[in-house]
Design a protein around this ligand. Structure first.
Ligand SMILES: C[S@@+](CC[C@H](N)C(=O)[O-])C[C@H]1O[C@@H](n2cnc3c(N)ncnc32)[C@H](O)[C@@H]1O
Length: 382
C-alpha cells in the first residue's frame, strides 16, 4: 500500500511520466478504449481521456481510487472513466481495451504479482491487435565496486564495539538485496543482458539466467548490480542504467559474501534467479570468480539467496513443509469465528459484541473487538 507521498513521487518523476504520456499520445485514438491497471491517483486515466479516448477503465484496489474519482471529476472526465475497485485479476471489464497501460513495477519490474497481473490482463482485457504500455522491460547486470552500500550491509555486524562475534547476523545480512544508485565509474565489467520481459507474450513470472563477464578494470568487487530499461512504445522509453538521470526505480545490489579483489581479464560467472513465492520475489545469486590467468589459487564461490537471509526459526520452517499438518492457533480460531459472524446479517457492532463476549482474554472491551472486526471487514467484506 503506497502513501499519498509515494504516489506524489511517482507523479513527480518526469522521466517516467513524460515517457508514459508520450506512449499514450502515440497510441490513443478518438475511438480508443483504454484500461489502466493500478490507476493510483488517476493521472494516466485522465490523460487518456484528455487525449480523446472514448472510454477509460481505471482499476485500483487501494483507497487511492477515491482520490482518482475526484481527480477525474475535477478534470471533467468523470463521465468517460469507469472505476473498478479491486485487483485486476478479480475484475471483469464490460469491453475489451485497445490500450492497456500499467506501471506495477517496484525498483525492478520483478515486483510482487506484476507479471501474473499483466499476463491475466492481456488475456482477458486486451482487444485483438491491442497495445500494451509498457511493451517490454530489459534487465541488465554488471559487477560493481560499491564500498558504501556494502559497508552499510556488513559494518553493523563486523564493527561491533563490544568485540562480539556477530557473524551469524552478517551471514544473513549479505543474503539480502537493496536499492542502490551507482555511477558508471563503479562498474568493473561491461553490462550483460540478464532478461527481457516482453509484455506481449510473458506468462512465467520466474526468471533465471547465466551471466558471464570479463573484468575490464581492476578493483574490489562487492557484488552484482541489476537495472532495467523500459520500452513503452516505438522509440519511447527510459533507462535506469548507472549514469542515466535518476528515476523512482533505481538498481538492485546483490552483495557478495566477501569483497573480492579483481584484476583485469578475470572471469566472473553468476547464475541469477528470481522466483515469485506468493506475493514476493525470492532472489538467488550463485557466483564463481575464476582466478586470474597464471595464478594457482582456487576459484571463489558464493551461493547466496534471500532464503538464507531470512530470519526463519526452525518452527516457522517446519510450518511450510509439505508434510506439516496445520492446526488453527488461538488467533486463527478468532479469525475463523469473525468470518462466520460476517454473514451479511450482523452489523460490525454486533460482531464486536459477540467477539468480546466469546474471547474475553483477547479483548478487554467491545471497542477493542470493534477495531479488530473493522480491520477484518476492510480486508474481507464486500
Ligand atoms: C506504482 S503505482 C502506479 C500508479 C499510477 N498508475 C502511476 O503510474 O502513477 C501501482 C498501483 O497499482 C496498484 N496495483 C497493484 N497491483 C494491481 C493489480 N493487480 N490490479 C490493479 N491495481 C494494482 C497499486 O495499488 C498501486 O496503486
Amino acid at each position: 500500500m503506497y502513501s499519498l507521498r509515494a504516489y506524489g513521487s511517482m507523479i513527480a518523476d518526469r522521466i517516467r511520466v513524460d515517457a508514459y504520456a508520450e506512449a499514450l499520445r502515440r497510441t490513443v485514438r478518438q475511438e480508443s478504449i483504454v484500461a489502466e491497471i493500478g490507476t493510483g491517483p488517476g493521472v494516466f486515466a485522465v490523460l487518456a481521456c484528455q487525449l480523446g479516448a472514448e472510454r477509460v477503465f481505471a482499476i485500483e484496489p487501494a483507497e487511492i481510487i477515491q482520490l482518482a474519482r475526484e481527480v477525474a471529476a475535477a478534470n471533467g472526465c468523470a463521465g468517460r472513466i469507469e472505476f473498478f475497485e479491486g485487483l485486476s485479476n478479480r475484475v471483469t471489464l464490460p469491453a475489451r481495451a485497445d490500450v492497456i497501460l500499467s506501471d506495477l513495477r517496484g525498483i525492478l519490474p520483478l515486483f510482487e504479482r506484476h507479471i501474473p497481473a499483466i499476463a491475466d490482463a492481456r488475456r482477458r482485457f486486451l482487444a485483438p491487435g491491442g497495445t500494451m504500455i509498457p511493451r517490454r522491460d530489459t534487465l541488465w547486470a554488471a559487477i560493481v565496486e560499491a564500498p558504501k552500500p556494502y559497508c552499510e550491509v556488513v559494518d553493523p555486524w563486523d564493527q561491533n564495539p563490544f568485540g562480539q562475534n556477530l557473524s551469524p547476523a552478517r551471514q544473513l545480512a549479505v543474503n539480502n538485496v537493496q536499492k542502490v544508485r551507482v555511477s558508471p565509474a563503479q562498474l568493473l565489467t561491461g553490462h550483460k543482458l540478464w532478461a527481457t520481459l516482453d509484455y506481449a507474450t510473458i506468462q512465467n513470472p520466474d526468471v533465471r539466467g547465466n551471466l558471464e563477464w570479463t573484468v575490464e578494470r581492476a578493483g574490489t568487487g562487492h557484488g552484482i548490480v541489476v537495472w532495467f530499461d523500459a520500452d513503452l512504445a516505438e522509440d519511447v522509453g527510459f533507462s535506469n542504467a548507472p549514469g542515466a538521470p535518476e528515476t523512482i526505480y533505481g538498481s538492485f545490489f546483490f552483495p557478495w559474501t566477501q569483497p573480492v579483489p579483481l584484476t583485469q581479464g578475470q572471469t566472473v560467472c553468476v547464475n541469477l534467479a528470481a522466483k515469485l513465492v506468493e506475493n514476493e520475489y525470492l532472489w538467488r545469486w550463485t557466483t564463481r570468480i575464476e582466478p586470474p590467468s597464471g595464478s594457482s589459487t582456487s576459484p571463489v564461490d558464493f551461493d547466496q539467496s534471500q532464503f538464507a537471509g531470512a530470519v526463519l526459526s526452525a518452527a516457522q520452517l517446519r510450518k511450510i513443509a509439505a508434510d506439516y499438518i496445520p492446526e488453527l492457533s488461538d488467533e486463527g480460531i478468532l479469525r475463523r469465528r469473525t468470518f462466520e459472524l460476517m454473514d451479511g446479517k450482523l452489523s460490525l457492532e454486533g460482531i464486536a459484541c459477540r467477539l468480546a463476549a466469546e474471547f474475553p482474554q483477547r479483548f478487554s472491551s467491545t471497542e477493542e473487538a470493534l477495531s479488530y472486526a473493522g480491520v477484518v471487514s476492510q480486508e474481507y467484506s464486500r
